[in-house]
Design a binder for this molecule. Structure first.
Ligand code: BGC
Length: 781
């Protein structure tokens, strides 16, 4: 069990209809601002606004990230990253001449609450300024799901001891950077129509133009007032100062600040796009009007569409809402030229790059909940084919070798080359993943197949899916190395999912997934030859498939696939099982991940049986028919004790596998730990951003793990096995275009077919048919 420090988060403040919807930070800790800045990020897939405060603090990381707007700062050590766009949140408040700042004066009460249902952030503070005057301040904000360009804020200030004279400075601040790297050239700054501030900026090398707007409105006694004001323009900053606003004791003044961001990536063409955005921005309503539209969008597009209800454990209910909230907020569902970063849009971590996290951990959520979004995410991979072909060529391979980290469509590999300090040598550690962590190509093929199996979307396959599977299989056949002595093909010098083992030969996950990829290509090729030559023809011409069809079969027949040894253990790679075993208790119990590296460097860890995250075990989950339960159990017993779960991707896989093995308590324990990756008390671990894959993993743990949903041999199977403490688990999924509502208890499972066509599936082991618009109950005891 992970050791835990006292939490500053309270999950129980929401009552009645707000129950299990609110997460509240109850204490302001200026040295730990990153925690709620990240986990309270507001997003709509277009942009993500880190939850920094209106007023600034030394340890803060303000961050506004717009999907798909990568820029590469010149220099060998740099890679494309999502630039931190100009800050529109900033509002400096001066109360009777004293700057409102929680690190000065006294905090009399404090609550910062993320309201998951409405996606609104509310901060309530009672503050005594250094001169002894008390004030109440309420800050509200949201990033609109209904109008993806807008961020709205509302601040209400009430003097409690005396009347107050208030000054406010607010505007757009482009002085922000990505930890010092400035990605923008400054553009035009100006005021329109006395009220709309504009600041333009352009990324330095990718030349994406950003237009930021903001406007302010003050309300007193429900009337709009016009305080005395003056405009300031500085380098990379434009703001208004509103002066001498008089507010009587116990009366209030409200400021509404509406901001907008638009970029040249949004537009197809047209010279007039900037003018059009100005018009669109100026037509946007006030806070309340925008909030009503935003709230409805969350209700109708998210919570009603794919609700998950867990009865029996309040925190688990809240945790799945938190996961869905972020999965929606981080996903650019509007544009297939973009994907999801490993930290979503909540921080600079991993530079906004897409990893296998998406295909293996996040895409399944969308396949079953919003298949059209899953399709877009896979289309993104298809659109990156040129980059993958480029990477293959650069490495002397054929086909498509997908980059380990991906940004621009045609860019290929963007993994940085150097990472953290090596504790022994004092040098920067080389990140080998960009060179030799190659399983991602098979992971993309796997997700493509999974999408197809669940949706039956032939149009997708014809346009994109077959090509993804064929081109990756072509890569794999060229990647295989002939071992003359052993008379077999091997895949040598790789990093598998366990990144604590570098330059290994025959990583079981990689070899098996590559083989799976090739077999799928053979199967689909043969099927198309027979049933759909018209679809095959352009692919045949582009890829010379008949030639590779032969090679796929010949080479894969001789590909070495690591098998269980006498104890049933599948060797993670050629040398893992011969390495030293050390006691990992200390590191397994540590509050932060990666503590092992305070003592050892990666080279030393390479020589020990220590696994960072699920490796053999994720193979047994993804290719679940490959081995029997006995083999799965033997490998669980061997590898889990050696696994540090130092990647947030690890626990959910373990949870699902344990659930599959009928190990309810272990599955439960893993789930408990998985949901605490971002929601737990560790104060620093989310600083660089939330853990996107882990949030997808939480959904999978519930639906695939405890809900027992799985696609087996092309059929849907539902075999719920919910934790003892849950009374009921309800959720919805899509299967081949039909929506199914599922309610599982300890005793039975009710499945309602919401669609107009009959659905056949397996419930536990029995094949059943559920007629349109009908509900059937199946006993589980
Ligand atoms: C993990 C990878 C993962 C990456 C991004 C790393 O720590 O080992 O599996 O893709 O983080 O989340």
């Amino acid at each position: 069990m992970v050791k835990q420090s006292a939490s500053i988060l309270n999950y129980e403040i929401g009552k009645k209809e707000e129950k299990n919807w609110l997460i509240t930070e109850t204490t302001f800790l200026p040295e730990y601002l990153g925690k709620t800045e990240a986990i309270f990020t507001l997003g709509n897939g277009y942009m993500g606004q880190r939850a920094a405060s209106e007023e600034k603090y030394p340890n803060e990381k303000r961050g506004l990230f717009v999907s798909g707007t990568f820029n590469k700062f010149p220099g060998d050590q740099e890679v494309s990253e999502l630039p931190n766009a100009a800050d529109m949140l900033e509002v400096d408040i001066f109360l009777n001449g004293k700057r409102f700042q929680l690190t000065d004066g006294k905090i009399l009460s404090y609550e910062k609450t993320l309201h998951l249902k409405n996606a609104e952030l509310i901060r309530l503070v009672e503050w005594e300024s250094p001169d002894g005057n008390r004030y109440q301040l309420e800050f509200r904000r949201f990033v609109s799901l209904a109008n993806k360009h807008l961020l709205a804020q509302r601040i209400t200030i009430t003097p409690l001891t005396n009347s107050a004279v208030i000054n406010i400075r607010s505007g757009i601040n482009g002085q922000v950077t990505n930890s010092g790297t400035q990605h923008f050239k400054e553009g035009e700054k100006r005021l329109y129509h006395q009220h709309t501030l504009k600041m333009e900026q352009e990324t330095t090398t990718s030349h994406i133009e950003f237009v930021h707007y903001c406007r302010h409105q003050f309300l007193q006694h429900n009337e709009v007032i016009q305080p005395e004001n003056i405009i300031f323009m500085e380098r990379r900053r434009i703001f208004m100062e509103y002066k001498h606003i008089e507010v009587l004791k116990n009366e209030s003044i409200t400021l509404e600040k509406i901001s907008g961001v638009y970029t040249s990536r949004d537009i197809e063409n047209g010279e007039a796009w900037k003018e059009e955005t100005l018009e669109a921005f100026e037509q946007a309503g006030d806070y309340q009007t925008l909030f009503t539209e935003h709230k409805n969008a969350w209700e109708v597009e998210v919570w009603e569409k794919f609700p998950i209800v867990i009865e029996g454990n309040d925190f688990h209910q809240l945790a799945i809402r938190f996961a869905i909230y972020h999965l929606i907020g981080m996903t650019p569902a509007h544009d297939n030229r973009m994907s999801i970063g490993a930290k979503g849009l909540s921080g600079e971590g991993y530079k906004g790059h897409a990893f296998w996290d998406n295909e293996i951990f996040i895409v399944p959520f969308f396949i079953l909940s919003q298949p059209e979004v899953a399709r877009k995410l896979l289309e993104y991979r298809w659109l990156t084919l040129d980059g993958a072909i480029k990477k293959a060529k650069e490495n002397n391979y054929d086909g498509a070798m997908f980059p380990w980290e991906s940004a621009w469509l045609d860019e290929g590999e963007v993994t940085p080359v150097y990472g953290a300090a090596d504790i022994v040598t004092g040098e920067s550690t080389i990140i080998w993943s960009g060179f030799i962590e190659q399983h991602i190509s098979a992971d993309i093929a796997y997700a493509t197949w999974q999408y197809y199996q669940y949706t039956g979307d032939d149009d997708f396959m014809n346009r994109y899916g077959y090509e993804l599977i064929f081109s990756t299989a072509i890569f794999w056949q060229s990647r295989l190395e002939w071992n003359e002595q052993k008379q077999r093909y091997e895949i040598n010098d790789v990093v598998g999912p366990d990144e604590y083992k570098e330059h290994v030969n025959n990583n079981a996950f990689t070899n098996h997934m590559a083989n799976w990829n090739i077999q799928k290509a053979i199967e689909y090729y043969d099927r198309l030859v027979k049933n759909n030559p018209a679809v095959l023809q352009p692919l045949e011409e582009k890829w010379n498939l008949a030639h590779y069809r032969k090679l796929w079969e010949e080479k894969s027949a001789k590909l070495y696939l690591p098998q269980p040894n006498e104890q049933g253990i599948i060797p993670q790679d050629d040398t893992y099982l011969q390495k030293e075993i050390i006691d990992l208790t200390e590191y397994k119990n540590a509050e932060e991940v990666g503590t092992l590296f305070l003592k050892y460097n990666l080279e030393q860890v390479n020589d020990m049986q220590i696994t960072k995250q699920a490796d053999v075990l994720i193979l047994l989950y993804l290719l679940e028919d490959l081995y029997s339960n006995d083999i799965k159990r033997a490998n669980w017993d061997y590898y889990e004790p050696k696994t540090l779960h130092d990647s947030s991707l690890s626990r959910s896989t373990h949870c699902i596998l344990a659930a599959d093995l009928g190990e309810k308590e272990i599955a439960y324990q893993m789930f408990e730990e998985a949901i605490r990756i971002d929601l737990g008390p560790a104060l620093k671990s989310s600083d660089a951003g939330i853990h996107a894959a882990s949030l997808g993993g939480i959904w999978q743990s519930i639906v695939f793990g405890f809900g027992g949903v799985r696609m087996v041999d092309g059929s849907l199977r539902i075999r719920p096995n919910i934790p003892e403490s849950w009374e009921k688990l309800s959720f919805k999924i899509f299967w081949k275009g039909s929506e199914l509502s599922i309610v599982a208890t300890q005793k039975d499972v009710k499945i309602r077919n919401e669609s107009n066509k009959a659905v056949s599936l397996f419930v536990t082991e029995n094949e059943v048919v559920i007629e349109p618009k009908l509900e059937t109950t199946f006993s589980l005891v």
